[in-house]
Design a protein around this ligand. Structure first.
Ligand SMILES: Cc1ncc(COP(=O)(O)O)c(C=O)c1O
Length: 436
């Protein structure tokens, strides 16, 4: 069956537009094609919308739902905690239990600091780095996303004039001077900035795999090079593992690539869909929160959310989880490549564990510019055809797998990709092909 329209979702959107700005809770969701969908629930790898349609879900809440929807042990852990109250604003033992679980999984980390979102976790990491070094600026790489706050949003996407800089109306232009932007993988420029006297750089921030802009792995030796440069210059190295943490390996990029930063920023997968974020890392940096660095948050260390984190990390620790992620991720990526090849449509597909990226019209993607060259309009049309056939995906080309996705789900999805690609090509032109 091919879905023709989503009347109940459409109606729900009309209703929510009257009370919520844009009819959505996060601006980006308004861009989902053909219009935002509204769901009644999920189970395992599937979601059911208000019209009663069922989808294999590769959005997974934009990443956090790493165990699938309604995972029994996660649900039980949260349900067991709920009768004891929602938050205390004071200490309880789940704080340490969850922190110990994080420290045990990420080598080189000595302390954890809890917060609720990845955006605030990155901001406090920056503040800690400034306090630890007595310097002000930071290096970030073009296309890397570290949340929506003023300093961090700089350089995420090109502005209307095509240049990388401010990303939002209302963003303080003074923050531009805090940031030195570098192309992902350019160690020479990074070295030049770090070793020039007076550049005043406190920290280097990166997504160790550039998941937000093409799932671009670090070039060989690059993370090691950053580590060495930061060691030589007393600069704080921050891995923003909001996406990669506990997803691309048991200790995220730290264990996958064997490079230990000074601070690791965590969110999304850490609590299986509940709002938790963290900064983990060196005690001498993190302990500054008791020595003059202000970090606060009413919901920090919330017991319900920490119960979710403990259950999620336990489930991710079961044997074979990361091997299965790798194998199923590869099966999805290979299936996608085969479908595009069958229709003779150029594509680049990247895969790192359970994260897959589809870049139509691009023959090879190594840089942020290569990612930007992908034909997003074509991809949008493809996502609608996928949706019509029961596969729910993110805009922009990234796919997430959960532990609940089976080999059969992947095989079914690969067949749907093939059919949907055919339908996309039947209704309009193929992707604009990048000449790069
Ligand atoms: C790498 C990265 N860092 C930070 C963030 C911000 O996290 P949050 O949306 O929880 O504020 C995101 C969100 O997608 C992310 O992908």
């Amino acid at each position: 069956m091919v879905i023709e329209a989503w009347p109940a979702s459409r109606q729900a959107w009309e209703r929510t537009k009257a009370s919520l700005s844009g009819g959505v809770s996060t601006g980006l969701r308004a861009s989902m094609k053909p219009h935002p969908l509204f769901f009644r629930g999920g189970s395992g790898p599937r979601l059911t919308d208000l019209d009663g349609n069922s989808y294999v879900d590769y959005v997974l809440g934009w990443g956090p739902v790493i165990l699938g929807h309604g995972h029994p042990k996660l649900t039980a852990a949260v349900a067991a905690q709920l009768p004891y109250g929602s938050t205390y604003g004071a200490g309880h033992l789940l704080e340490a239990e969850a922190a110990e679980a994080v420290l045990a999984r990420i080598p080189g980390t000595e302390r954890v600091l809890w917060c609720s979102t990845g955006s605030e976790a990155n901001l406090v990491a920056l503040r800690l780095a400034r306090a630890a070094t007595g310097r002000r600026r930071f290096i970030k790489f073009g296309g890397h996303y570290h949340g929506w706050t003023d300093p961090m949003l700089i350089g995420y996407r090109p502005g209307p004039d095509g240049t990388l800089g401010l990303g939002s109306l209302g963003q303080n232009p003074a923050t531009l001077d805090d940031v030195r932007l570098v192309a992902w993988g350019d160690l020479d420029t990074t070295a030049g900035l770090l070793t020039t006297s007076g550049t005043d750089i406190a920290a280097v921030f990166c997504e160790p795999v550039l998941c937000n802009s093409g799932v671009l792995e670090p070039p060989p030796g690059f993370l090691e090079g950053l580590r060495e440069l930061c060691d030589d210059t007393g600069t704080v190295l921050v891995f923003d593992e909001v996406i990669t943490g506990f997803r691309i390996d048991s200790g995220g990029a730290v264990t996958r690539y064997g490079v230990t930063p000074d601070l690791v920023v965590l969110a999304k997968a850490i609590a299986g869909g509940f709002p938790l974020a963290a900064v983990a890392g060196r005690a001498d940096i993190l302990d500054r929160t008791t020595a003059g660095v202000v970090h606060a948050g009413t919901y920090n260390g919330n017991p319900v959310v920490l119960a979710a984190a403990i259950a999620t990390l336990e489930a991710l620790g079961e044997p074979g989880v990361y091997d299965d992620f790798e194998r199923r991720g590869r099966a999805l990526a290979d299936g996608m490549r085969a479908a595009f090849a069958r229709y003779d449509v150029p594509v680049t597909v990247h895969q790192v564990g359970p994260v897959v990226q589809c870049l139509p019209g691009v023959r090879k993607a190594r840089t942020f510019d290569d990612f930007l060259a992908a034909d997003q309009e074509f991809y949008d049309r493809l996502t609608v055809q996928l949706l019509r056939r029961g596969v729910f995906t993110l805009p922009g080309g990234r796919w997430y797998l959960s532990t609940a996705h089976t080999d059969a789900d992947i095989a079914e999805t690969v067949a749907v990709i093939d059919e949907s690609l055919g339908a996309t090509l039947d209704e309009g032109p193929g992707p604009r092909v990048s000449t790069a």
